[in-house]
Design a protein around this ligand. Sequence first.
Ligand code: SF4
Length: 358
Amino acid sequence: MNYYDFVMNIAHNLYIHVPFCMSKCNYCAFYSFACKNPDWQKYADDICKELKFWSEKIGKVKVPTIFFGGGTPSLMPVDVFECIMNCINQNFLVDESCEITLESNPGTLDNEKLSGFIANGVNRLSVGVQSLKDDELKFLGRKHDAKTAINLLNIAKGMGLRVSGDFIYGLPNQNVKDVIDLCNDINKLELSHVSMYELTIEENTPFGKMNLNMPDNDTMAQMYDAIPEHLLLPRYEVSNYAKLGEECRHNLNVWNGDAYIGIGRGAAGRVYYDNVWYEQRGNGELFEKITNETRSIEKILTGMRTMRGVKLSDDVKNVINFDWINSHKDLVEIDGEYLHTCHNGLLILDDIISDLIK
Ligand code: SF4
């Protein structure tokens, strides 16, 4: 790589997908497999092959964030993680302040293993807590109990990591008070970042085959509204809440429309190469030009999910329907150079987005 290559190429965030899980949860439609003894060496070799492929294609670009998502990345042995991190460091310019997130499940990490991940660069841990009630965890098909999850959160905080907890609400027969209680219990954990996902029933999952008595739409909407009223963290995206400055930088960059490379089967990305944007998957398995119009629409789709909104840059202005915005000021609002969704709009975000685009 010469200096010219370096200045021509923009920074790319990295998303590395780890598809293995201890078992499959009852609601999960993600690309992941229950696998007790994965062939980790083969996994690491495949990931490194992909990393080298992209580095050769787009250059030794800067990397501001790395996100190991899954699946259950915390199942990975530390030496496998180390091997992947070495490969990243050899092939890319990892920022000194790079945010390196590891998604984890309680029961897969002890102090020693977590120290190993930290020694190899992890500085942010996302923990799949999902519920603080053991009967709900069992119903969801989770393999851990609440105590194990709380222990892991405390250990990780004690080790100086930025820690996030994932939770699910809107379980069958849950009411608004249950969600308020959940928020109050989460507050006691003193987390700086929380993700709150509504339970959605997907086909081809165990829940999809059961006739579950789900809360109706009005109740779900009331639950959604109750969360920011009771959680002590501000909402910064449809499902994400964080102290100011503690937002997930990786996701913010991706939602912002920045470049990222998806590594691993099941991962996709958006790379910038030779002055053109491409949609990407695998080792060149998918490498398709994205038109300026598609890219602007993508920015709107992801930007409108954030409380800040989408920046009204010239390309975005070209595809946005200003007549619709002017006649729906109860749903969307222009604030300086950003367009964002108002409270009423958040509940019908998918409908708004299709109307917003010309
Ligand atoms: S741990 Fe996560 S990815 Fe794995 S089966 Fe459960 S929900 Fe799906």
